[in-house]
Design a protein around this ligand. Sequence first.
Ligand code: TXA
Ligand code: MG
Length: 363
Amino acid sequence: MSSDSSSLQSAAVIQEAVQSLRSGGLVAFPTETVYGLGADAKNPEAIKKVFAAKGRPSNHPLIVHIAAPDKFDQSQVDWVPVLAPWVRDLSEDALKLIHAFWPGPLTLVFKKDKSVPLEATGGQDTVAIRAPAHPLTQELLRKFKGGIVGPSANRFGKVSPTSAADVRYEFEEMLDLMILDGGDCDVGIESTIIDLSRDHPVLLRPGLITPGDILAKTGIKVYLPHEYAVLAGQSETPVVSGSLRAHYAPTTPLRLYASGRVLDALSEFPDIKSRVAVAVWDSDSSLGEDGHPSVHFEEVLVPSDSVSFASKLYRTLRDLDQQGWDLILLPEPPVGEEWDGVRDRLQRACFGSGPSSSSHANN
Ligand code: TXA
Ligand code: MG
């Protein structure tokens, strides 16, 4: 197929997606982080369908995805008119962050414009916005000429999808759900979220872009929630609203093991375990003497650099979950802020994992 006919084909698909969004329907879309389950961000009835499809509590706010007009030179983009329909005030710092990192895996929380439906923001006076870097979704947003709310396209509490097939698997019985296939996601974990609605920027969710990256590129200091609480003299630390200890979770029990301590992790499960998948760093040799007489271990290699690990994290969890292991063991991520996004997802995934995850999903 020539590139002309394939781009014509995608133009027709995008047009169909635009129609679906305009008539209040849902469209799953690719981003560089994970796939999203999209609806028109200014249509309260459409937004309610997103919550219903995911089984997500209605007070968990959504991210609004936007795109700037196509410009050859990104630094020439004027974001002020693009953001005007959504946010109340746009600070100098906000513009600096936007110019440094958009389009890309960075979500910013602002005081919302009054026209933003409370259905999108979980009833809050703030709105989370991001400009995704995936060209197919940028095209969709430009043709739609609006904002698209998009939580990750997975059932509430489950592993986020990083391919169109993952989305299909999550919403198997929604036969009419339109899914734009943009291939596998590069970043692999959700965007970094920074709250700009307070007197200082606060990190609400770690991701690929770290506070260190932000400081280096813009000179802006982003506070960790506990640092902000001290600064503001507050006893409560800001949290990402609706954040749960159990999230991103496979149905197979999942645990982390400290370097060389596979057997300790295993001793938490004295009864059943006979088939255990153990992920090991690709930089290490094998588990070696860490064997166990009554257990069948299968080694799975995982990348030892944080960016590649994140990119494969949900893929690995999904694949292992479908292979019918009794237990999945992953190595504890090393210290260092570049691992914070991965560590955050893994801790929640462990906490929520196992067949009875729904019993503690709402801590
Ligand atoms: O990478 C991503 O951000 C993906 C892709 C699809 O863009 N989206 C995503 O959406 O992760 P979701 O709904 O799974 O996570 C959105 C997070 C939630 O933790 C939510 O609480 C937080 O953003 N959030 C949204 N609006 C907020 C607000 N106004 N204040 C604080 N947190 C907010
Ligand atoms: Mg999610």
